[in-house]
Design a protein around this ligand. Structure first.
Ligand SMILES: Nc1ncnc2c1ncn2[C@@H]1O[C@H](COP(=O)(O)OP(=O)(O)OP(=O)(O)O)[C@@H](O)[C@H]1O
Ligand SMILES: Cc1cn([C@H]2C[C@H](O)[C@@H](COP(=O)(O)O)O2)c(=O)[nH]c1=O
Length: 201
């Protein structure tokens, strides 16, 4: 009899800029691979056609809010259909840097209703099996990413990031959510996340 092909886990890492998401996604994916698991490491915006437009807009000039929001949703649908769901179906674990919680946070900070954004996304995007919310004080996060700019922009950015941090923390009671204090060393944070992931696999 053929061995049953167990579905992979969708493991999402969220948090405001500078909390260490990319570093932890890399460490977690590498550690799970070293333990013999099939792992796809990926990110949103994705590297697909809509994600590329979004990434370009971040360096070359922001799009109008409605156009930007539509592209985040198109990107997520395309990424799920073409990449994430097939990987999970084949038993591969997906470690994802940002997901729809970032839409709730950042587009919420742009003025859209957070609950509506969540409902729109959860109508087509499966909830994660594990969500890591990397949590750090906004000033510390800004220090890590070496914020530069004029004073007015700094205040605006600080307020927007505080809003985003609050939105990420608003889902902390979900069964899949794990709030990770991002102050300790990368290695300590990695050990905590790996032990949670290993317990679920
Ligand atoms: N636990 C940590 N302690 C100190 N510095 C850290 C820690 N984790 C990450 N950093 C540093 O903070 C900076 C941002 O890390 P990283 O790019 O992983 O964060 P991020 O959340 O993915 O950021 P962004 O959302 O802006 O891409 C990097 O210089 C990284 O080396
Ligand atoms: C998925 C997603 C992302 N964003 C924003 C958040 C960041 O400013 C950038 C992504 O860049 P990073 O390399 O991951 O830091 O995109 C967003 O506004 N909405 C989203 O849904």
């Amino acid at each position: 009899m053929e061995a049953e092909n167990k579905r992979g886990l969708l493991i999402v890492v969220e948090g405001i800029d500078g909390t260490g998401k990319s570093s932890q996604v890399q460490l977690l994916a590498d550690a799970l691979r070293s333990s013999g698991h099939d792992v796809l490491q990926d990110r949103q915006p994705s590297d697909g056609p809509f994600g590329k437009i979004l990434r370009k807009s971040m360096t070359e000039g922001r799009l109008a809010p409605d156009e930007e929001l539509e592209l985040f949703h198109k990107d997520r649908r395309q990424h799920l259909e073409d990449v994430i769901l097939p990987a999970l179906d084949s038993g591969t674990h997906v470690v994802l840097d940002r997901y729809y919680f970032s839409t709730m946070a950042y587009q919420g900070a742009n003025g859209y209703d957070v609950a509506e954004l969540r409902a729109t996304n959860e109508a087509f995007a499966p909830a994660p099996d594990i969500l890591f919310i990397l949590d750090l004080d906004v000033d510390q996060a800004l220090k890590r990413i070496g914020h530069r700019g004029d004073e007015a922009n700094a205040f605006e950015q600080r307020d927007a990031l505080q809003f985003c941090r609050d939105v990420f923390l608003s889902v902390k009671e979900e069964a899949y959510a794990n709030v990770i204090n991002s102050e300790p060393s990368m290695e300590e944070i990695h050990r905590e996340m790996l032990s949670i992931a290993q317990a679920a696999i």
